[in-house]
Design a protein around this ligand. Structure first.
Ligand code: C6P
Length: 407
């Protein structure tokens, strides 16, 4: 295994040292939510105990402190994804809110009757439904980019689908149900030849490897804090300034205006235009601390380690008769979905939980993927850089026991 001191890293995450059902916790549900390091807990708690107040509104000491901390977090986000400007990084509640923001704001202005929105077959529901709703409203169509039986997008078909009616391509960087890493840089470059912007759902990529929105040339790039070691309620919708300035607000209210009167209202410049109301301040500051935590690691080494772990887990599970891995793309990150012949994934999840092993069982909010593979659900182990080979062994042994129980 690569030179990664996993035991040292694990000490940073207090949750990991507990027992569940009398067994040491084996946490393999990082795709749903990753765990939070002590430094992030401390920073969030410092805000709550010493700095708590509203931001962008007060002239008093606490409000200014809180505002500075929140805006410092935005700067950290900017550097983390290599945005050109911090103002292009809009704080949202999470990936779902980020996609909804773009769908409603961009969609209502730039998508019209007869237009098309290309969405891949492996998307999470939160990158399908907002587009369907907007398409219905404006008389446009959502068109699916298909995948093959390994769970890889069929790039030739994607290129054939692009045309002068296409107004948006919405695509995940990494699939949450299959683990496929999509060639988003290539997908974006092709869309741009048609003048079409691309939204990248980065919920499952930012926790696992370094990203660079300028290198990708992404128009929109959305992710959630709680999958990248930050508290729930934090998230980011990055958009290129030239789009954000032309887009109308998504929500309206306090904090996003320049002037309000009963004759009419004018809006504040970005980012405020898209941040109506009091935001999740503690969570946003926590997201900044999570970025500090990641920056203090060798993130490339973390990614390499995680990759080896995924390869090892894939080998171990592939060796167990009756286990079928769902999603066998050549380029994968962090996610291992599987089924066991004759056993419902929920039963797998419940029995593993009795062994202290947390995985997710279900359709993973990706029902079109389940329909494609003709399964009602899968069991899914999803890894982070604090997981170990021993935990993978425990997973494989526990799966073996599940099969014995049902034999
Ligand atoms: N996937 C999973 O267990 P929110 O809920 O807004 O933080 O993220 C939504 C979302 C969007 N896109 C992708 C690719 C995702 O994986 C998720 C969340 C979780 O896989 C919960 S369903």
């Amino acid at each position: 295994m690569s030179n990664w001191d996993v035991e040292k890293i694990r000490k940073d995450f207090p949750v990991l040292s507990q027992s569940v059902n009398g067994k040491p916790l084996v946490y393999l549900d990082n795709g749903a939510s990753s765990q939070v390091p002590q430094s992030v807990i401390d920073r969030t708690s410092k805000y709550l105990s010493e700095e708590h107040s509203n931001i962008h509104r007060g002239v008093h000491y606490l409000s200014q402190h809180a505002t500075n901390a929140y805006e410092a977090a935005r700067e950290k986000v900017k550097r983390f994804i290599n945005a050109k400007e911090a103002k292009e990084c809009i704080f949202v509640r999470g990936c779902t809110e980020g996609v909804n923001l773009v769908a409603y704001s961009y969609g209502r202005k730039f998508i019209g009757e007869g237009d098309e929105i290309l969405v891949s077959q492996m998307e999470h529901h939160s990158n399908i439904i907002p587009w369907q709703v907007v398409a219905e409203e404006v008389g446009a169509r959502v068109v699916m980019i298909p995948m093959n039986e390994r769970g890889e997008l069929i790039i030739d078909e994607y290129e054939n689908l692009l045309n002068e009616r296409t107004k948006m391509v919405a695509i995940s960087h990494v699939s949450n149900s299959l683990g496929t890493v999509n060639p988003v840089k290539q997908i974006i470059a092709t869309a741009h030849k048609f003048g079409v912007p691309v939204l990248v759902d980065a919920a499952q990529s930012v926790p696992h490897f370094p990203v660079d929105v300028q290198d990708l040339d992404a128009d929109f790039f959305v992710f959630s804090g709680h999958k990248m070691f930050a508290p729930t309620g934090s998230g980011v919708m990055y958009g290129k300034r030239e789009w954000l300035e032309r887009m109308p607000p998504y929500q309206t209210g306090g904090g996003m205006i320049r002037n309000v009167s009963f004759e009419g209202t004018t809006f504040a410049p970005i980012p405020d235009k898209f941040e109506a109301g009091t935001p999740a301040i503690a969570a946003g500051i926590g997201l900044g601390a999570a970025i500090d935590y990641i920056n203090a690691l060798d993130f490339n080494a973390a990614a390499a380690y995680e990759h080896e772990l995924l390869d090892y887990a894939t080998e171990r599970l592939a060796d167990i008769p009756g286990v079928k891995i769902v999603g066998t793309a050549a380029n994968k990150a962090s996610v291992l979905s599987f089924t066991i012949e004759g056993i419902h994934p929920h039963d797998i999840g419940t029995i593993l939980d009795q062994q202290g092993i947390a995985i997710r069982a279900g359709h993973h909010c990706a029902q079109p993927v389940m329909q494609f593979f003709d399964v009602p659900a899968t069991a899914r182990a999803s890894f982070a850089f604090y997981n170990t080979r021993e935990e993978v062994d425990k997973l494989a042994d526990a799966i073996q026991k599940v099969i014995e129980v049902f034999a």
